[in-house]
Design a protein around this ligand. Structure first.
Ligand SMILES: *[C@@H]1O[C@H](CO)[C@@H](O)[C@H](O)[C@H]1NC(C)=O
Ligand SMILES: *[C@@H]1O[C@H](CO)[C@@H](O)[C@H](O)[C@H]1NC(C)=O
Ligand SMILES: *[C@@H]1O[C@H](CO)[C@@H](O)[C@H](O)[C@H]1NC(C)=O
Ligand SMILES: *[C@@H]1O[C@H](CO)[C@@H](O)[C@H](O)[C@H]1NC(C)=O
Length: 932
């Protein structure tokens, strides 16, 4: 008997590609009898139909007598990076040689890493080689090779990988493929799709998806489970940072019907999730690489200037146009009043709904909607002219200064076919668009159906900072169009630049971006320099609707080790491979734009090296699959063209502890008559609204307490001349301690009338409002916001500084209590730095001390408590009895209280403050103080 093994390997895709289908004969040495014995010694009786000893196997046989012994799919997702393995074990139970096919769908954008086979004990393993090297090696072994072929499929988001073998009776074959993919966040969701297509009933079918997300999950769900019937068989186990989705249907559960021998398992298993975002910006540093994810939310949308360029050529007639109109109606409805828009519809002619951009008022939107509904598709396709017209309209508006500052301009092209009129050369159109648009606008393209040269539309988008998508030309078109539009409908930021210290990183991927749209995510990756410090800092600058933002982040390099080391199901190379994929994709795009062949070659060389180093099948590499002895080789190919120093002396407020610590004798509490204005540094902070007023001339600190009802709002500063009000709202501790219910400042409100800015600070969040927008910032990240010189700077979980100009700066310090503490709550402290100068008319509990009162303290004597000496304080002629104490101050050493000695004024500051403390109660958090 002359055994033979025919191998056939295809690599299919929706793109124009070339494929090699190679048929190879087995080496003479591969005696089948020998092989089978080696493979599984118990298989002496080869002639029996059964090669597997399970009882139920007869049920597994299909007419072609091929048993799928097991089919295992495992995806390991680590920080949105997926490593997928699919392994299939098949036996030919027929008495004759048969073709065995391994056919799987790989998501577009995934990179195939490896493919191995074991045929009757002989292992064929894959390696990534430069294309010509692989072909050369392959051809050397191909003396007996027979065929090469080309195939093409039209699937949307998937590529096919197919291996076909002709094997003798009784043969056992195991296929195993690995591919890797970075999940892109879209509309706030990461989506992982596994196409499960075992082809027949499998004795053991196992699908496992393991997800590890250091940020923790926002949500995880499985909206699609191949078919509805399998929904109950999909198990989801979700922890805080790890999730496991498993699907293990029994043989009977796989059947299309109870007596059927065909499998119902054929379709998508879809997992959707998002991570928690306590911070907009998230850095992960692992094994020498870093990944930086940036996905801010809670920002007001930027106004947009949008031109819809819609193909209305004859081919759009019917369902496609109907669906496009449907989508346009709802898209138009969603435009915001400060958006400007117009519509260009084209066939061989170019028409415009309006020759210029108009604001999206309801009247205009209605009119545009009627216009779209009247369109009758016919004629040819002049894409070139249509795009140039759209660019012209945007440029005109820009030149005339008609665009809102900070607005984002975009063109959305919807087309279903290649150009047939005007400029037909795709490269020429690309060039025309590119030179006219320059970097001013972005172009997004949507290809409907399959007649369209999607590669061309994708290149157009890619070259012009846009996104592209292909859409089925079916009943779903309207929904898909709308979904695509939603991705670009809400620009939140523009001119985003991400920076790291040069000395700490190298090989950083693209770090500046035109726009950031809501729901999207900006990802930057790079290498850490070996000698760099154990933490990494990043600064992101961007323009939002009404302010310039700066996000600052520092991340420990070792932070993730613990999480990953204890997990069995993590992919430890995620950061390294993620970086490589980003880099390769960017280089491919760069290569498209390269103008000289030398530059192209240079880029090609870099891509090639990366592909080999990181084991990726890319346009410049092939997967060479060879037997151990190198006698048999197969080739899997893919085509070439896929695609402060503030607050020096400060105020502090601290609670007077129930038993005062050792007093330090006061030296020279002298009287002073000349209080230099504007040097006053009143301060206030901390537990239980306690005020410390630092009197620099007298060189003493005076403190007092205000015991008020929770919910009351006290005016702290009221400067009518500069139009500044600062108020604090009182909250209480969770319960009384030692018979006293402490109170604190839970919210601090600031109103700056001139700038029309309102700031509300609480331990939960910081809200900054101007006339138009309200922006929420969280304490969980360092971020600063510059709105025309009005600066709000948050230091992660520590403090926020509001700087209006060099004479006006306020600091609010956050004090966090242990969450489960029985008594303490989170609260705030307010510090007013020296440089802050209020006007002469300033009042309020603290504001009144802008001018230092004449204060002297004398006659220090023992009180009832020997630990607490008392004294007489004279203020502007009035005498009070004060007690020596200390207060906590948090500014000298941030996070750590320092004791400050002070003279405590009893009875809610009576005699020291102007009037009664109740005079300072105001109705609202932004009210000014009014004398009653
Ligand atoms: C592919 O898998 C085989 C077998 O597991 C292994 O020997 C080989 O190194 C892998 N190749 C790549 C490129 O990962
Ligand atoms: C090729 O790449 C290297 C490094 O990436 C660069 O220094 C060189 O200028 C490039 N040459 C050309 C012709 O682009
Ligand atoms: C604010 O917080 C940051 C970060 O914790 C700290 O470095 C800084 O000193 C603080 N500023 C003040 C004035 O306390
Ligand atoms: C703030 O005032 C104190 C005196 O109270 C002074 O020692 C310090 O230098 C001043 N700091 C600034 C920044 O003016």
């Amino acid at each position: 008997m002359k055994p033979f093994v025919c191998l056939l390997l295809l690599f299919l895709s929706s793109e124009i590609r070339s494929f090699d289908i190679i048929i190879e004969e087995a080496p003479e040495s591969a005696d089948l009898g020998e092989l089978l014995k080696e493979f599984e010694p118990s298989l002496a009786e080869r002639n029996k139909r059964s090669v597997l000893s399970d009882d139920d196997e007869s049920e597994v046989f299909t007419e072609d007598s091929i048993t799928l012994h097991s089919y295992k799919v495992e995806s390991t997702i680590t920080s949105h990076f997926v490593n997928t393995m699919i392994r299939s074990k098949v036996v030919n139970n027929a008495k004759h040689p048969q073709n065995i096919v391994f056919d799987i769908q790989v998501p577009k954008g995934a990179f195939i890493n490896n493919f191995t086979m074991n045929v009757n004990g002989i292992t064929f393993s894959g390696s990534i080689k430069e294309k010509s090297v692989a072909r050369n090696l392959y051809s050397k072994a191909r003396a007996r090779g027979k065929a090469a072929g080309l195939m093409r499929t039209n699937s949307l988001d998937l590529e096919n990988f197919k291996a076909e073998l002709n094997v003798p009776p009784g043969s056992k074959v195991q296929f195993e493929i690995h591919y890797q993919e970075a999940l892109r966040r879209k509309l706030g969701v990461y989506e992982h799709a596994l196409y499960i297509q075992p082809g027949r009933l499998a004795k053991h079918l196992e699908v496992d998806i393991y997800i590890t997300e250091p940020q923790g999950f926002g949500f995880v769900n499985v909206p699609k489970t191949i078919t509805e019937d399998f929904a109950g068989l999909v198990k989801i186990t979700k922890g805080d940072k790890k999730a496991h989705i498993s699907f293990k249907p029994t043989l009977d559960e796989q059947r299309t019907c109870p007596t059927c021998s065909t499998t119902a398992v054929n379709g998508n298993l879809l997992v959707k999730y998002d991570v928690k975002r306590e911070q907009s910006s998230h850095l992960q540093v692992f094994n020498g690489y870093f990944l930086h994810f940036f996905a801010p939310d809670n920002l007001p949308p930027l106004p947009k200037n949008i031109l819809f360029v819609i193909d209305v050529s004859g081919s759009m007639w019917g369902l496609k146009m109907k669906q496009t109109v449907e989508a346009m109606k709802s898209i138009l409805e969603d435009l915001r009043p400060d958006d400007q828009f117009s519509i260009v519809d084209f066939n061989h002619n170019i028409r415009c709904w309006k020759d210029e951009l108009v604001y999206a008022s309801s009247v205009e939107k209605e009119d545009a909607s009627k216009y779209v509904q009247r369109i009758q598709p016919n004629g040819g396709t002049n894409i070139n002219e249509a795009l140039l017209r759209a660019i012209f309209i945007l440029k005109e508006a820009s030149n005339k200064g008609l665009l809102e500052p900070n607005s984002v301009s975009l063109i959305v092209l919807v087309s279903d076919g290649d150009p047939t009129v005007g400029e037909l050369k795709l490269s020429k159109i690309q060039k025309n668009v590119r030179t006219n648009i320059r970097d001013d606008f972005s172009l997004h393209s949507l290809g409907i159906g399959f007649d369209v040269d999607y590669d061309f539309l994708e290149r157009l988008a890619q070259e012009n900072h846009g996104m592209a998508q292909r859409i089925y030309g079916n009943q779903d078109t309207a929904a898909q169009l709308k979904e695509f539009y939603n991705k670009v409908s809400t620009p939140l930021l523009k001119n985003i630049v991400v920076n790291y210290p040069m000395e700490a990183v190298s090989d950083v991927t693209q770090n500046s971006f035109h726009n950031y749209f809501k729901g999207d995510e900006i990802v930057v990756a790079g290498k850490l320099k070996p000698e760099s410090v154990p933490n990494l800092m990043s600064i992101i600058n961007a323009n939002s609707a009404n302010a310039d933002l700066t996000y600052q982040l520092i991340e420990e390099a070792e932070e993730l080790n613990e999480l990953f080391e204890e997990s069995k199901h993590v992919f430890p190379d995620f950061a390294r491979q993620y970086w490589a994929q980003l880099t390769i994709n960017q280089l491919l795009a760069e290569r498209n734009l390269a103008t000289t062949s030398a530059a192209k070659r240079n880029i090609t060389q870099t891509i090639l090296q990366l592909s080999i180093d990181h084991h990726f099948v890319t346009p410049f590499t092939s997967l060479l699959i060879e037997s151990e002895n190198g006698n048999e080789r197969m080739l899997a190919d893919s085509p070439r063209d896929p695609k402060g120093g503030c607050c020096q002396t400060l105020v502090v407020n601290a609670r007077v502890p129930p038993n005062l610590p050792q007093p330090t004798p006061e030296t020279g509490a002298q009287q002073s008559k000349t209080a230099p204005p504007d040097v006053m540094i009143p301060k206030l902070v901390d537990d239980d609204p306690h005020f410390i007023i630092n009197l620099p001339t007298s060189q003493i600190n005076v403190c007092f307490n205000i015991d008020n009802q929770p919910g009351s709002i006290l005016n702290l500063v009221s400067d009518p001349e500069q139009g500044i009000a600062v108020n604090g709202k009182i909250i209480a501790a969770k319960k009384a301690k030692s018979g006293k219910l402490n109170t604190y400042f839970g919210t601090i409100g600031m109103y700056f009338k001139e700038q029309n800015m309102k700031i509300e600070i609480s331990p939960e969040k910081i809200i900054v409002k101007d006339a138009f927008y309200s922006r929420m910032m969280s304490w969980s990240e360092s971020i600063s916001m510059d709105q025309n010189g009005f600066l709000v700077s948050v230091k992660k979980n520590s403090n926020v500084t509001i700087t209006v100009n060099e004479n006006m700066k306020l600091l609010v310090v956050l004090h966090r209590a242990w969450k489960k503490h029985p008594v303490n709550v989170d609260f705030l402290g307010l510090y007013i730095p020296n440089e802050t100068k209020f006007s002469a008319a300033t009042h309020g509990l603290i504001g009144q001390f802008r001018i230092e009162p004449e204060v002297s303290v004398y006659d220090v004597r023992a009180g009832t408590d020997p630990e607490k000496p008392i004294a007489t304080m004279e203020k502007n002629g009035d005498k009070l009895t004060v007690t020596r104490g200390t207060q906590k101050e948090y500014l000298t050493h941030p996070g750590m209280p320092t004791s400050v000695t002070c003279w405590f004024v009893h009875n809610n500051g009576k005699g020291f403050i102007d009037g009664h403390y109740k005079d300072y109660i105001v109705p609202q958090i932004y009210s000014f103080f009014k004398r009653h």
